[in-house]
Design a protein around this ligand. Structure first.
Ligand code: SF4
Length: 153
């Protein structure tokens, strides 16, 4: 692996900017993870209110079918390389709404997901663990622009 790709991967994993939005109760745990007690800033994770400058989407909460198109649109507005974290059992597989007519059975039916975090809701430590796993994945994928390849497919 070239040194330039290694430096790019280091920079990307050290300055993740998740787009700031939440869909349901998991969002409360996500918000508390950003607060001073858990302090995500120390990992270089800074929330951002626009998809156009964000490289991570944290889908925290129940994905109802009416939200499928807005989520896809927001994902498409994010520049590559970009990554998605499904936080909680709703975003992972429908969670307690597994038999609901109005819920998407996992956000990976709409957009590609890189990291799945189990729990209902996951604790802040679980979200931090997911972000650290994503950082590890970015370092492994260095030189292979996975999200660009997905878009071109
Ligand atoms: S996984 Fe549980 S806590 Fe999270 S959005 Fe679904 S019902 Fe709420």
């Amino acid at each position: 692996m070239g040194k330039v790709e290694h430096i790019f991967a280091l920079a990307r994993k050290s300055s993740l900017w998740p787009m700031q939005f939440g869909l349901a109760c998991c969002a409360i745990e996500m918000i508390s993870t950003y607060m001073a007690h858990h302090d995500l800033d120390r990992f270089g994770v800074v929330t951002w209110p626009s998809p156009r400058q964000s490289d991570v989407m944290i889908v925290a909460g129940t994905v109802v079918k009416k939200m499928a198109d807005p989520i896809r649109l927001l994902y498409e507005q994010m520049p590559a390389p970009k990554w998605v974290i499904a936080m909680g059992s709703c975003a992972t597989c429908g969670g307690p709404y597994i038999r609901s007519y109005s819920v998407v059975m996992g956000v990976d039916h709409i957009i590609p997901v890189d990291i799945y975090i189990p729990g209902c809701p996951p604790r802040p430590e679980a979200l931090m663990d997911g972000l650290i796993k994503l950082q590890g994945k970015i370092m492994k994928e260095q030189g292979r622009d996975i999200s660009l390849a997905r878009e071109q497919a």
